[in-house]
Design a binder for this molecule. Structure first.
Ligand code: DGL
Length: 266
């Protein structure tokens, strides 16, 4: 079991920011990543649709004999985590709880803002996770749906991206939150831009490193961690694998990775 892979999935390239952190923290592990590029974005879809898609992807990963499924998508974590946990036989880890933990550690003025997709914001998953830890925190949420296509298209340094970011982030600045959760795995791709607009006094929480540490703890506690040998990465995309490969090479800083097309029957 120790040498079986970890399965990771997202609606597209965003979860590669999580894969990158997992690879750094768990260098001996074999990682299988599925980007559901045929169905991106998940952010505006109903809970029923997101759950159906997430189950389909997770079952594919399960069929690859994974020892753990990491839901590297906030929308799927917010809307489908309990269904995944009920229906899969392997353990499932989402990104919301590690992100909430990291934000709780970071805030000084007890005001936290959450940026996410429409689905994540409407699910209130972060609000619930934060209140579970401390009811006295003020939580402000803002859906930023245009950030996903900007990240997918590699527009993070274009003037259009800055205009959109300024529009979305004005009310976040007005909320006076000192900590902002990047509650969508695509948003770390725009991290420099968001940091520029929000200013140096605001801490940006990207759940990738926290999630990687939680995964490491989980594997160690359950005697599932691979302790020797070189890990590997296998990428699948449900559509346009060549485009996905180009993004993955850039985001993982690894020119050797290549995505395989894997269509799912949803
Ligand atoms: N990566 C997804 C997330 O973290 C958002 C992208 C999408 O809308 O599919 O929520």
């Amino acid at each position: 079991m120790k040498n079986t892979p970890i399965g990771v999935f997202d609606s597209g390239i965003g979860g590669l920011t999580i894969l990158r952190a997992l690879r750094r923290t768990l260098p001996h592990e074999h990682l299988i990543y599925f980007g559901d590029t045929a169905n991106v974005p998940y952010g505006g879809k109903s809970k029923t649709a997101v759950t159906r898609l997430a189950l389909d992807v997770a079952r594919f990963l399960e069929s690859r004999n994974v020892k753990l499924v990491v839901v590297a998508c906030n929308t799927a974590s917010a809307q489908a985590l309990s269904a995944l946990r009920k229906q899969l036989t392997v353990p499932v880890m989402g990104v919301i709880e590690p992100g909430a933990d990291a934000a709780m550690r970071a805030t000084r003025n007890r005001k936290i803002a959450v940026l996410g997709t429409q689905g994540t914001v409407e699910s209130q998953a972060y609000v619930k996770a934060i209140y579970k830890r401390n009811k006295d925190i003020q939580v402000f949420q803002k859906a930023c749906p245009l950030f996903v296509p900007l990240a997918e298209e590699g527009f993070e340094n274009k003037p259009a991206a800055e205009l959109i970011a300024r529009e979305y982030l004005q009310p976040v600045q007005d909320s006076r939150a000192d900590t902002v959760i990047l509650g969508c795995t695509h948003y770390p791709i725009l991290k420099n831009l968001i940091a520029k607009v929000m200013g140096p006094q605001v801490t940006l929480v990207d759940s990738a490193d926290t999630l990687a540490t939680s995964a490491q703890q989980f594997l160690q506690e359950h005697q599932l961690a691979a302790t020797s040998g070189k890990g590997s990465v296998k990428l699948y995309a449900s559509d346009a694998p060549d485009k996905f490969t180009r993004s993955a090479r850039m985001l993982l800083h690894d020119p050797t990775v290549k995505a395989t097309l894997k269509k799912l029957n949803v």
